[in-house]
Design a protein around this ligand. Sequence first.
Ligand code: IDP
Ligand code: MG
Length: 139
Amino acid sequence: MPLGYTFALIKPSACRKNHVGPILAMINQAGFRISAIRSTKLTKQEAETFYEMHRGKEFYDSLCEFMSSGPIIALLLEKDNAIEDFRKLIGNTNPDMAEEGTIRKMFAESLQKNAVHGSDSVENMKREADFFFNQRERY
Ligand code: IDP
Ligand code: MG
């Protein structure tokens, strides 16, 4: 896969509050092309695997419980410099520290329920994309 991709999730809290449409619009307006998209729901065990790099941290169990609490939207997004640019678009992990106009500033409910996930490296992007999408689902 070329380097101009990132993987993203719209988290259960943002789906529950009907923020999917506005968040997708912001993603498109920022110049990302949707390569793959799916509505799905993780089991607790799948959430534990997806977030395995955080295993052992005090927020890990609660995070996996939350991430498996309802439907999510999985996204493979294409853009030059996608990983870095998407992290800028979503803002700081903690919405209290996120800049005005970022997705997390606008839609996060809390540090845990911070609306979206975005890959932090090419290696994690590939792992996360493969976790959700087979090749026939990517255009
Ligand atoms: P990121 O999503 O900005 O990459 P990470 O540090 O990778 O942030 O953490 C993954 C997710 O775990 C965050 O998006 C957030 O939902 C949750 N999280 C991170 N740190 C905390 C914390 O201190 N308390 C509760 N939840 C946290
Ligand atoms: Mg992260």
